[in-house]
Design a protein around this ligand. Sequence first.
Ligand code: ADP
Length: 251
Amino acid sequence: SPAGGFWVVLEDVSELRRLQRIRSEFIDNLSHELRTPLTNVRLLTETLSREIEAVAVPDGVRDRVAKIDVETGHLVQMVTELLDLSRIEAGGSQLYLDVVDLGEVVRASSDRLRLFAERQGVRLEAQVPEGLPVVRGDGERLGQVLINLVHNAVKFSAAGQAVVVRASAGEGEIVVSVADRGPGVSRADQARILERFFKVDRARVRGQGGTGLGLAIARHIVEGHGGRIWVESEEGEGSTFSFAIPIADVA
Ligand code: ADP
């Protein structure tokens, strides 16, 4: 009977919900458990690389320590993205609105990732004009967007390349962009890249792991601010990821 059919559909949905809940609890627990040991490994690696700077060690050793440091940085970023996702899924992704100087957010997140970039031979440049208007937003979340974009830009850059982060005033909005000279994103992938779990064919982007979540999280945050996010890219030439946040009218 049609009623029976309907009943079966409902059953399916509740089973699906149950599985989704189990999955997100699992991700949440796992990422919490991973965070502490990872943070310790990262601190130990940082200490180690400072210590070997002061003594004579073979170059190979120094390089390997730098690589461990960089890989640990990727792991920390992935775990952070998983935690962000489970927070967003749990509905705890409210924005705490305040007056935010995006120029300051650009400087702060560039400073945070500069050492990480240098370890990969990538120069990280922040270009922020004086007296940029403020926006209304959640400074911490907007910082997270920048960390995700800059982390990607550095990850996809080769040694010797530069990543440039800019903030500028557009019409009624502040535009922030992160430009790299990496492999770029094909036109077909550009349309999908901001979707969750989307990763470009690994074969073309050699061994660059990730969760495929960073951009989806960035988009969620930017759109939550009434802003927009987009990518411009030419394959083989690099990518520019930008987002715009409306300017606050503070009297
Ligand atoms: P991931 O954790 O896999 O980097 P993201 O959501 O941050 O997840 O990015 C999704 C995909 O978009 C990446 O796997 C990569 O293929 C592509 N991508 C992101 N940023 C860049 C970039 N700066 N240059 C080239 N490809 C990029």
